[in-house]
Design a protein around this ligand. Sequence first.
Ligand code: ADE
Length: 221
Amino acid sequence: MIIDILTLFPNMFSTVFEESITKRAKEDKKVTINIHNFRDYTDDPHHKVDDTPYGGGAGMVLMAQPIFDCVERLKTKNSKVILLTPSGIPYKQKMAYDLSLEKHLIIICGHYEGFDERIRTLADLEISIGDYVLTGGEIPAMVLVDSITRLLPGVINEKSHLDDSFNDNLLDYPTYTKPRIFRGMEVPEVLLSGDHKKIEEYRHNESLKKTEQLRPDLLEK
Ligand code: ADE
């Protein structure tokens, strides 16, 4: 998969994909991540990328031209263009799965007070990572890339993401490692039994219990 990220703040991405699973996925050529500063695409002699809003109001608005030119340079028939905005569709694990099947993602990070409405015509999909407002789309872009990259074939063991929280609308079951007793808290006996059928049953029940307690809204779906 190729992921192109359009931002005014490329330095924000300088280390985030250089650690852990994303780093390995890049080294193994499962994903190529390119960061583009759309300021490089402005026609303006002073490299301006934003201006005051028509009709008045506070703040500066990202101009359409640099973003249009950058997307048009990168786009092919296999591209899916994503615009990150608090008014987008709420991001969910199912969306991460669907996007992990794409060949090429172009992710536009909005910034400042907003962006020219006409930029929305470039997007195949508008995504929000939650009902709160960040200073820009950079952190949401990192969230998307991380959650999608781990689902690409061969990046992590498929079994480990089949058990992820939110698959089947259930939270993940609890896990333990050594020691067997830590500060008086014991590992459930069934996990030491070696009985795989019983362990599977226990895990499923714990998943259900945890979801009922912490996220009953998931069970209603
Ligand atoms: N930009 C600012 N806040 C955002 C959010 N919650 N999701 C996506 N993009 C954003």
